[in-house]
Design a protein around this ligand. Structure first.
Ligand code: ZN
Length: 61
């Protein structure tokens, strides 16, 4: 089941597995929001993640 996260900076991440999602989000936070790396734990990332139930998400601006 694909999951999706919308970052505060309007970046959208999609991944097929929790591990992949956590990895890409943490990489992004480290590069773009380095002051928030402590906040984006694995638990936090997975709590933010929503299941991708329809392709409508891809239509986001
Ligand atoms: Zn971001």
């Amino acid at each position: 089941m694909a999951k999706v996260i919308h970052c505060d900076c309007n970046t959208i991440f999609r991944a097929e597995t929790n591990d992949q999602l956590v990895r890409i989000v943490k990489d992004h936070v480290r590069l773009v929001h380095p002051e928030r790396t402590d906040e984006y734990t694995r638990e936090h990332v997975l709590r933010l993640a929503s299941r991708l139930v329809s392709p409508a998400v891809q239509g986001a601006p």
